[in-house]
Write a protein of this length. Sequence first.
Length: 309
Amino acid sequence: MQAPDGVWLGGFVWSHADGVADRAVVVISAATSVRCRYYSRFADYLFANGFNVITYDYRGIGESRPKSLRGFKADWVDWGEHDLESALRYAEAEFPGQMIHVVAHSIGGFAVGLAPSSRKAGRIFTVGSQFAFWRDYAAPDRPRMYLKWHIVMPMLTRLLGYFPAKRLGWMEDTPAGVVRDWSHMKARFEDTVRQDIFIGGERESEWLRRRFTKVTAPILAIGLDDDSHGTPAALGRLLSYFTASAWRHWHIAPEDIGVQAIGHFAFFHDRFKDSLWPLALAWLRSGEIPAGSPGRLLTQATPMKEHQC
C-alpha cells in the first residue's frame, strides 16, 4: 500500500471471502521498530474469531525497509500521520462500509492520535501505549533505560546515520528521525516533535496535538504491572490527549493470570491466548470488559464537553 506522501509500505491482510457486510476489520499498529510479523498469531486469533485484519510495517522497518537506512527520512510523526493513515485508508477501501477498529502496541497508540483517519475508528485497544518520556519509566529501571535509550541509542545513531539495533539484539534497525524523537522526548510531545516546521505561523506540533482531540472512539488502554515502559504515569500522559474519547485504563499484574512476568511485549505472545487475548476480543466486539476479566480499572475519563462563550 502507498502512504499519502508516496512511500510504499509492506504488510499482510487476513480477509474472509464471504463478504459479510457487518464484519469489522482490525488494523494492528506496532511498537517502535517491531516487525508486524510479531503480531501474526494475534492476527490469526482475531481472524479465527470473525474479524478481517491488517498488519503493516512502518517506513524503515521490516517489509517497509529501504536498501539503506543511512539518510532515510522518517520520524514518529511519519509513522502515524502517513503510515497508520495509509493502513486505515487501505482498510476503508478494501472493506467498504465495514467498521474499522485499531489495536495499538506501545508507540502505536501515539500513532493513533497522529493519523487523521483515526477519527473514523470504531473502537481502539492499546497495550503499553506511551511516547517514551523518560521520567515515566519505572523507577527501579529508569537509570538503565535512560542510558540505553537516551544516551547509547542517539550516540550510535549520530555515528552511523541510523540505529543498528538488530546487531545489538534490541529490536529492528531504526531510522535516525525516530531515534531523535524518542531520545529527546519531553513531557509534552508537542514540545519535542516537528519544532522547525510552521503552518501559518504556528508550529506543526500544535496542529498535531489538536488532531488527538478529533478521535472519538472509546479506548481501552491496557497497562501491565511489570512493564517498565508502559507505567501508569506513561499511559495516563498519552491518554490525556484523547479528550473527545471515553477511555479506560485497565491494569493487569502477572499474578492476575498466574504467571511471573508479562512485560512490555509478551501480551501478543500466543501463550496468553486463553488468558489475555479474550479481553481484547471482547472489547473489539462490544466495547465492554467482561466480568471476571483479569486486572482492574485504574482510571477512566469521559469526553470533555465543548463550552460556548
